[in-house]
Design a protein around this ligand. Structure first.
Ligand code: BDR
Ligand code: CA
Length: 315
């Protein structure tokens, strides 16, 4: 199988960090060209700091980390320390990063990579608010159109997690999300409908700890914190916290463990109470052509098998 060449745009965040480890732990399947950071779960100075800590934990200082936008396009930034802790990566126990931040702004770095790589060869993997991705599309649509596809975490057909109607990443920067969905590249959307099926149960936490290497220890610490802090057992009545962002990497490793459907997704940017709502035409109530593959189902044991295999692969 050909290696997937990807750019991960993220706002770490424990689940972003697990996604990065999952990708960096599978170098024979996934080639991470760069990690670009955006403000989201915590402010930009922390997301880029956390991304460098995770890249170093993976022993992959050769992968550049770029800082991008420090706020959404139109709205002011809303963060999620109540889920991820003050640093965004509480529970990881990771040291300060030693590797430098790359000099180029994330938006320019994304465009430069898309210009340099063969057309149709690079997959964008956004795991946070879509500000960097939308700005790159607006700045240079011709170059952006050289990307192969976008596989993103965001949105929900069912209820939201930050408002009754909206998911966090789309709610934080709904205008960016709208630009991305209207751009025309193939999109795979991993929304809450699927991520809430991938739960960090006690049994799975134990399995991660048992792997025993440094990366798995840090992953265990992050997941334990995230599990405790996200209060999903009380909030959603579930057996553990949903592991959102790693679904994107699992899709790249083995799409056959997921199920979904092509449909049209609109992003609400007008209504106050539904700001950032993804309006998914699952039943094809309109004849508006599909602009995304919306994923709703997953074999969760197979998912955790992929995660454990990536963590085990680290020396
Ligand atoms: C998304 O919001 C963030 O808190 C997570 O990192 C994930 O990307 C889930 O709604
Ligand atoms: Ca995220």
């Amino acid at each position: 199988m050909q290696r997937k060449r990807i750019i991960v745009d993220c706002d770490p965040g424990q689940d972003d960090a697990i996604a990065l480890l999952m990708a960096l732990g599978a170098p024979q399947r996934i080639d991470v060209l760069a990690v670009t950071c955006v403000a989201g779960n915590v402010p930009l100075r922390l997301t880029e700091w956390n991304a460098r800590r995770v890249v170093e934990l993976a022993g992959r200082e050769d992968v550049p980390v770029h800082a991008g936008c420090g706020r959404p396009l139109l709205r002011s930034l809303r963060t999620a320390e109540h889920v991820h802790g003050e640093t965004g990566l509480d529970g990881s126990g990771l040291p300060d990063p030693q590797m430098p931040l790359a000099g180029t702004h994330a938006v320019d770095a994304i465009l430069a990579m898309l210009a340099a790589e063969p057309e149709g060869s690079v997959t964008l993997c956004p795991l946070g608010p879509l500000t960097n991705i939308a700005l790159a599309m607006v700045k240079d649509p011709v170059t952006f159109a050289r990307a192969k596809e976008i596989v993103l975490m965001g949105g929900a057909m069912d209820l939201g997690n930050v408002t009754p109607a909206a998911e966090f990443n789309f709610h934080v920067d709904p205008h960016a999300a709208r630009i991305v969905f209207e751009f025309g590249l193939p999109i795979t959307m991993m929304g809450l409908d699927v991520t809430h099926k991938v739960l960090v149960t006690d049994h799975r936490l134990d399995a991660v700890r048992a792997i025993g290497n440094r990366q798995a220890q840090a992953a265990h610490g992050m997941l334990e914190f995230y599990n405790r802090f996200d209060r999903d057992r009380e909030r959603y009545g579930s057996d553990g916290a949903p592991l959102h962002d790693p679904c994107v990497i699992a899709w790249l490793l083995d799409a056959s463990i997921f199920s979904g459907r092509d449909c049209h997704v609109g992003i609400e940017t007008d209504s106050g109470s539904c700001m950032g709502r993804s309006v998914v035409d699952w039943w094809r109530s309109t004849d508006v052509p599909a602009n995304a593959h919306v994923v709703s189902g997953v074999d969760e044991d197979a998912f955790f098998g992929l995660l454990e295999a990536s963590l085990r692969a680290f020396p």
